[in-house]
Design a protein around this ligand. Structure first.
Ligand code: PLP
Length: 379
């Protein structure tokens, strides 16, 4: 069986975990956490990065820092994971879903402006498959209307838009280090604080609303509860594992991109024959090989396709059921305008196995299975 995903292991994870244990410091913000913060800040030229227990937590921290509260509205695509919406719904915001572009599956930047009203506080973009949203247009809108922009860059670590790393363009950027993502600590994430006004408060919010950080730095002589907050810092064990992956980031990235390119070329004939569609990467976007998906004709064909691959030992999966048609989404949000592409395109999308170390032989086998599906089963 070729699995859909396998978490990356690059060599130093075990040694760093042992070091963390021997350092006798396994709660948050030890040496490995500092190394991870520095790595993100240096690699992506970001003013401040903080590890969090997950991307979900990073998104929620951004909600706290923006003072999201009852009556606020937050604009985002419906084609995303529940976490993107939960973070803001938990703090009372109404979620306003906007349609996606069929080519990248990202929020359609041209439809955002109509959804803005005086209650709108933020735009949350999702860089689907590590391919950037049209950030110039979105940042321009945000500036004109005085809105915050949060990048859900869970899938976009190491990707770029016009040469700028994803996660560093909006006011906040959120990364995921879940085991299904390119770089992992099992469960993990990071908040990138690109607007320096929030840097100091972010430390407080992350430490249960206390000024513990200032205390540790000797700036105050006792620490106390000074703001609302939560426990938004991960254990050193997670950071130790993650740092080993950061050190091999170029290797992981190159490996994934080479798998992606191989899938892309092996499937070109099927696209020419109009059986499937391959992903589209706009010229301004440098992606990170997070995901290789194809689009089939419709939901019925997709389910036959997934079964066919499974019977041939290949795990392919579909992705999000749009949030606006889910039970919770109907309660906390509304779809603004027409759902022209969100439902239709989401029903056509299938994700193929993609992970660090996936072999060319495996990809060859998978793409041969896909070809035989279209020659036989689907005709
Ligand atoms: C994976 C993912 C998340 C959640 O990440 P966690 O680290 O598991 O919280 C959020 N948004 C998107 C788009 C994701 O792909």
């Amino acid at each position: 069986m070729i699995p859909f995903n396998q978490p990356a292991v690059t060599g130093n994870e075990e040694a760093y975990l042992i070091q963390a244990v021997r350092n006798r410091k396994i709660s948050g913000d030890g040496r490995f956490t500092q190394l991870c913060h520095q790595w993100i800040e240096k690699t992506f030229q970001c003013p401040k990065a903080l590890l969090t227990p997950s991307c979900t937590h990073a998104l929620e921290m951004s909600a706290v820092l923006m003072d999201i509260s009852l009556g606020d509205e937050v604009i985002m695509p419906s084609y995303t994971f529940s976490s993107t919406a939960n973070a803001f719904a938990l703090h009372g915001a109404k979620i306003v879903f906007v349609d996606i572009r069929p080519d990248t599956m990202n929020i359609d930047e041209r439809l955002i402006e109509q959804a803005i009203n005086p209650k709108t506080k933020a735009i949350v973009v999702v860089h689907y498959a590590g391919v950037a949203c049209e950030m110039d247009a979105i940042m321009d809108l945000a500036e004109r209307y005085g809105l915050f922009v949060v990048e859900d860059a869970a899938q976009g670590v190491m990707s770029k838009y016009k040469g700028r790393p994803l996660g560093t363009i909006g006011h906040f950027g959120c990364y995921s280090f879940h085991e299904t993502k390119n770089y992992t600590s099992g469960e993990g994430g990071a908040l990138l604080i690109n607007d320096r006004r929030f840097a100091e408060r972010a430390e407080v919010v992350r430490e249960k609303g206390t000024n513990r950080k200032q205390f540790l730095q000797g700036q105050v002589d006792k620490y106390s509860w000074v703001d609302i907050g939560s426990s938004f810092l991960p254990s050193e064990l997670n950071a130790a594992y993650l740092y080993a992956q950061f050190e091999k980031s170029e290797e992981i990235n190159a490996d994934r991109l080479s798998s992606w390119d191989f899938y892309y070329s092996e499937l070109s004939a099927l696209e020419k024959a109009e059986k499937i569609k391959r992903p589209f990467i706009p010229e301004d976007c440098q992606h990170n090989g997070h995901m290789f998906y194809i689009k089939v004709n419709d939901i019925k064909e997709r389910s036959d396709f997934i079964d066919y691959l499974k019977n041939n030992g290949v795990m392919a999966v579909f992705h999000y059921v749009p949030l606006h048609s889910s039970k919770a989404g109907q309660k906390v949000g509304t779809f603004f305008g027409k759902d022209q592409y969100t439902t239709r395109e989401s029903e056509r999308l299938v994700r193929l196995p993609m992970f660090y170390g996936l072999t060319k032989d495996s990809i060859k086998y998978i793409t041969e299975c896909i070809k035989s599906f279209y020659e036989t089963a689907a005709g």
